[in-house]
Design a protein around this ligand. Structure first.
Ligand code: COA
Length: 532
């Protein structure tokens, strides 16, 4: 074994300062998560309960095996938008009858559970996770359909939700819909396109058009029950496969459906793994408040991998990127972690070689981001930094083993791409509250804008207003800073959630278990042409 040591001193002033800052950020994060948990707020929650209904998270909890975890995804969706935090939907991965499933649940306390543009993004992301990892999908449906005032944002792209369901089914990934209430118009295609449906007596309403619309369209008089009640669908139309007497019965029946899926995970669970030697609590004091101060990512690795056991690859070459092998909750992983922030040619070549090795060995990759991007300047351009950065990005793009990304510090510029940022489709991407991500740092971006404006004024022979320039710089810097923060990025679904650093090992363990529902097979060739 190659045990990583530590030089972290939890009593040092630097550690204490970083920890204090981290705890403040976590408190702010908790306050935002609380908004998602509160759903539509007291009034709508009380009304929902008075109707004898369970809340979205209670439905999920009852569906899961007792005392098993639920990895909630995108809880901050919609943050910073005009819509409530959480986007009127709960999504996540949990275990039902021993089977890891992707679960979605509309939150009917938020605008009748209607889907706004962020709900749609969140639902599509959930479908993507189900497809990539071959996770059976369970939809707990109760929704007013499209959020009508924002229909222009959702009507056309929204068709993909139903398309995805039938494609999952075609690929042999099971889909189950449990209808707790309204599931009308487009919403009717959720049960319509699912492999298995459960409907609830006097509760489910599944029809293309409700009584008012039918009256308008054909003049026919009708009522909810005859158009789309559970009784009708179970006895007459055949859309309901299972007829439940109440919500509890519906959840019980959904669990029985999963128990009968004959779902076989292609890999046995790994044996119980040893915990890291070093205390994960210390993860709070490792990232300095000022991201310009470098820190050793081995201190993070030592607190997330099994037994802090890490075999480094090329430790003396391209030292600003740490690469090496470990296991995490028993699953093998190759880790790429930025050390000094900047990626040079050697780091890029080392990364490309390491990614190829992981593909040859069918080993998932974990990217720990703290990069300001690829090195600029004459020496580096002449040394081929564009070629070598392209080589790394090529390797990341065409790698076929599952990738997991965690933004722990900076993730700027093309460094975000090379380290498998969102556009490179990591299976999962999480951020620590300390992370920042943008095309470049706020001060650098404001400075570049200032130089460009100055040159433009000079070219026109105009004087340059220094006072206005200072004002512009301060404004732009503040704007870019706020747009680089995890809450903002998570609100836009650019990650799958912002996590407490102390939970990193658990979250990654759940992700690794989830990705092993699909075969882990690396690319044996199939990379683009590498510029050497
Ligand atoms: N778009 C935007 N807002 C909606 C909405 C929708 N599709 N559905 C409900 N809301 C809003 C309501 O206006 C209401 O807002 P308010 O409290 O500020 O007045 C709030 O959500 C709660 O709706 P309410 O009707 O009081 O809740 P309910 O639980 O009694 O009924 C529905 C829920 C979904 C059955 C009912 O609102 C409904 O029929 N909505 C329209 C469904 C529809 O036809 N959708 C089109 C599908 S394409």
């Amino acid at each position: 074994m190659t045990r990583l040591g530590t030089t972290v001193d939890p009593r040092s002033p630097e550690h204490t300062e970083a920890r204090t800052e981290a705890l403040e950020r976590l408190a702010a994060l908790d306050a935002e998560h609380a908004k998602a948990l509160a759903g539509g707020g007291e009034k709508y929650t009380a009304r929902h309960r008075d109707r004898g209904k369970l809340l979205a998270r209670e439905r999920v909890e009852l569906l899961l095996d007792p005392d098993t975890p639920f990895l909630e995804l995108s809880p901050l969706a919609g943050w910073g938008s005009d819509y409530p935090v959480g986007a009127s939907m709960v999504t996540g991965i949990g275990t039902v009858e021993g089977v890891e499933c992707l679960i979605t649940a509309n939150d009917p306390t938020v605008r009748g559970g209607a889907s706004n543009p962020w709900t749609l993004k969140k639902a599509l992301r959930a479908n993507e996770i189900a497809r990539q990892n071959r996770l059976p999908c369970i939809s707990l449906v109760e929704s007013g359909g499209a959020d009508l005032p924002s229909q222009k944002e959702i009507f056309i792209p929204g068709g993909a939700v139903f398309r995805d369901l039938t494609r999952l089914s075609a690929e042999g990934v099971p889909t189950v819909a449990v209808v707790f209430g309204n599931s009308t118009a487009g919403g009717a295609y959720i049960p319509g396109m699912s492999d298995h449906t459960v409907m609830i007596k006097d509760r489910s309403k599944v029809f293309l058009g409700g009584p008012p619309l039918v009256k308008m369209a054909t003049g026919e008089e009708s009522d909810d029950e005859s158009l789309g009640g559970a009784d009708m669908h179970a006895r007459v139309s055949g859309l309901a496969d299972h007829y439940a007497l109440d919500e509890y019965d519906a959840i019980r029946q959904a669990r029985r459906i999963v128990a009968r899926l004959n779902h076989r995970k292609p890999y046995a669970d790994p044996p119980r793994a040893a915990e890291p030697l070093h205390d994960p609590e210390e993860l709070l004091g490792i990232v300095p408040p000022d991201l310009k101060t470098p820190f050793d990512p081995r201190e993070v690795i030592a607190r997330i991998v099994d037994a802090s056991d890490f075999d480094e690859f090329k430790p003396l070459y391209g030292t600003s990127l740490v690469t090496g092998w470990a296991t995490l909750h028993g699953y093998p992983v190759g880790i790429l972690a930025n050390a000094q922030g900047v990626l040079f040619s050697a780091e890029s070549q080392k990364a490309a070689q390491f990614i190829q090795l992981a593909n040859q060995r069918d080993i998932p990759l974990l990217f720990l981001h703290n990069t300001t991007g690829y090195m600029v300047g004459k020496e580096y351009e002449q040394g081929g930094i564009v070629k070598h950065g392209s080589m790394m990005i090529n390797a990341v793009s065409n790698s076929r083993v599952p990738h997991l990304s965690v933004l722990i510090g900076a993730s700027y510029g093309a460094g975000h791409y090379g380290m498998c940022g969102r556009a490179y489709e990591p299976r999962f991407l999480f951020a620590w509250p300390s992370a920042k991500s943008a095309v470049m740092g706020p001060a650098q971006l404001a400075g570049v804008l200032s130089i460009v404006s100055r040159q433009s004024a000079a070219a026109k022979g105009l004087p340059y207003d220094e006072e206005q320039d200072a004002g512009m710089r301060a404004f732009v810097e503040a704007q870019i800073e706020s747009e680089s923060l995890p809450l903002f990025l998570s609100g836009r679904l650019y990650d799958d959630g912002v996590i407490d650093p102390r939970d990193t090992r658990t979250v990654l363990g759940l992700c690794l278990s989830a990705v092993h529902n699909a075969p882990v097979e690396g690319a044996r060739g199939g990379f683009g042409v590498f510029r050497m």
